[in-house]
Design a protein around this ligand. Structure first.
Ligand code: ADP
Ligand code: ZN
Length: 512
């Protein structure tokens, strides 16, 4: 039998395995069930493609996205595989089924909802299966960030083929999700292989949002090479592309609302380009193989820390220096929290809150960003990485507990329905009409802040919202969240990093 190294060289043209690939591949070839947690770009496909060649029969790959499957088939074709995807878009499903029965396929991609049908299960009974690869395996877990009920039906299917090795693959799974995937797919605990999550060549930066377009523009001036800017809506993607596109530096939009042809064209242009910027929603990125993306920017906070890791992970896959920028606003967290409380099923709320809190901690920290990220993924990183904004330029921190207490008191005294501008007016003793109209000039909190404290009200409000001590309703009205009490009582102190520029600016302008 040819050795795995020879296959790697002859069939893929690669000189050596990366990271945990070899360990994963050896388990799969040896017939053992495995869960491989490997970050984006680590080379998960090879982990099932190579065993598909080394073992007898067809590797059945469960993959959740049809668009992704087509890319994978194309890429496998390129390596000389006999590969097919059985989807509603398949031109000749019968030919694919025949090829499978006749042992003419190395790889068969199929979506979970199809894989679990009776028809497909009968088909598999007639086929020789080399292995089951379950891609995006976090979809099987309710703890994961993208639960798909169809994945739950895979276990009975897999159990019909007990001696076929299972290889579950995912890029994003925290400890609890990993444990759950093992159970849900019948993989023993010692079958877990986790690759290091660190992407040392990515430099992380986080800044409060202060005119996203302007911030992205100056980022583009400082940073050459291809980049992706994630924005929160289709509309924002169109607008950003419109505002920043120039003959010197193309900026195109990508989102699910675009005509498929335009979307494809923009994507192809990006993949080919050496300096284009894509203004995109999260619809963009999965399955796009572009190793030289030099920066990924977020003009608003992503859904979770996992999503953030995955999206920024599209930068610098070639190993050369790359940048990740996050521009955030307190309203991002307020909105995300409202979404959790109104749109997420009650059973799933605790874990969604936790994921958002982890992201808030990443955004809020005055210490190493990478350390927070890696700890979330179960690693024990050094205290400082030397390649994030906070390590490179340790921010000045201030204890703002008193300011926070005054702000919380003002929210409380005004019956928790006013926004930060009004609260600042009350606290600053601004005798304006609205303050008088509500009789807020007679409150004990009226005029209790000096100018220095007032300058900190907005960063403090942002910080309190990020940690869910203050919650904003859709009109910006602030009320207490669960974290308010301990700060108000002085059991917990609030320390924030203050970007010096913001302090100066806030001080020089009069309070609103
Ligand atoms: P993932 O699915 O983990 O994000 P892919 O399977 O798409 O990653 O692989 C990322 C890129 O790395 C692909 O271009 C792939 O061909 C390449 N690659 C994978 N393994 C190796 C290797 N051992 N040596 C060199 N390149 C590799
Ligand atoms: Zn760091």
């Amino acid at each position: 039998m040819t050795s795995v190294h020879q296959l790697l060289h002859d069939r893929f043209g690669f000189s050596h395995f990366r990271g945990v690939q070899e360990a994963v591949i050896e388990r799969a070839i040896g017939g053992q069930h495995t869960l491989a947690v490997m970050p984006t770009g680590a080379g998960k496909s090879l982990c099932y493609q190579l065993p598909a060649l080394a073992r007898h029969g067809t590797a059945v790959v469960i993959s959740p996205l049809i668009a992704l499957m087509q890319d994978q088939v194309r890429s496998a074709d390129g390596f000389g595989f006999r590969a097919a995807a059985l989807t509603s878009a398949s031109e000749d499903p019968r030919a694919i089924r025949d090829a499978l029965r006749d042992g003419q396929l190395d790889l068969l991609y199929v979506a979970p909802e199809r894989a679990t049908t009776d028809v497909f299960q009968r088909l598999l009974q007639e086929a020789d299966i080399a292995l089951f690869a379950i891609d995006e395996a976090h979809c099987v877990s309710e703890w994961g960030h993208d639960f798909r009920p169809d994945y739950r039906l895979l276990l009975p299917l897999l159990d019909q083929h007990r001696d076929v090795p299972r290889l579950a693959l995912t890029a994003t799974a925290d400890k609890r999700t990993r444990a759950d995937i093992l159970v849900q797919l019948g993989i023993p605990e010692d079958g877990l292989i986790v690759a290091g999550f660190d992407r040392p060549n990515i430099r992380y930066h986080v800044r409060p949002r202060d005119g996203a377009t302007k911030q992205v523009k100056s980022l583009m001036t400082a940073q050459s090479g291809p980049g992706i800017v994630y924005v929160p809506s289709r509309n924002a993607a169109d607008k950003l592309a419109e505002q920043l596109d120039s003959p010197h530096r193309r900026v195109l939009a990508y989102h699910a609302g675009l005509d498929p042809q335009i979307r494809q064209r923009n994507q192809a242009a990006f993949v080919d380009s050496e300096e284009m910027v894509m203004a995109a929603t999260i619809a963009f990125g999965m399955g796009i193989d572009k190793p030289d993306v030099r920066f990924v920017a977020h003009a608003g906070v992503p859904k979770s820390i996992e999503a953030y890791y995955q999206e920024t992970g599209r930068a610098g896959r070639d190993g050369d220096p790359a940048e990740a920028w996050l521009f955030w606003g307190a309203e991002d967290f307020a909105r995300a929290r409202r979404r959790i409380e109104t749109e997420v099923e009650p059973e799933r709320r605790p874990q969604e809150r936790e994921r958002l809190n982890a992201l808030a901690a990443f955004v809020e920290t005055a210490t190493c960003r990478r350390a927070i990220l890696l700890r979330h993924f179960g690693e024990e990183p050094p205290e400082r990485c030397g390649n994030c904004d906070n390590c490179l330029e340790p921010p000045a921190t201030i204890d703002v507990t008193t300011v926070a207490q005054k702000l919380l008191s003002a929210a409380f005294r005004t019956e928790m329905r006013f926004g930060v501008a009004h609260l600042a007016a009350v606290l600053g003793g601004d005798d304006n009409e609205k303050v008088r109209q509500f009789g807020h000039d007679r409150l004990s909190v009226f005029g209790i802040m000096d100018a220095d404290e007032l300058a900190l009200v907005r960063p403090v409000a942002r910080s309190l919202m990020a940690r869910d001590a203050l919650r904003a309703d859709e009109y910006g009205g602030l009320s207490f969240g669960p974290g308010a009490k301990s700060i108000l009582k002085g059991d917990e102190r609030l320390v924030i990093a203050v970007p010096p520029k913001r302090v100066r600016r806030a001080r020089s302008s009069s309070p609103e």
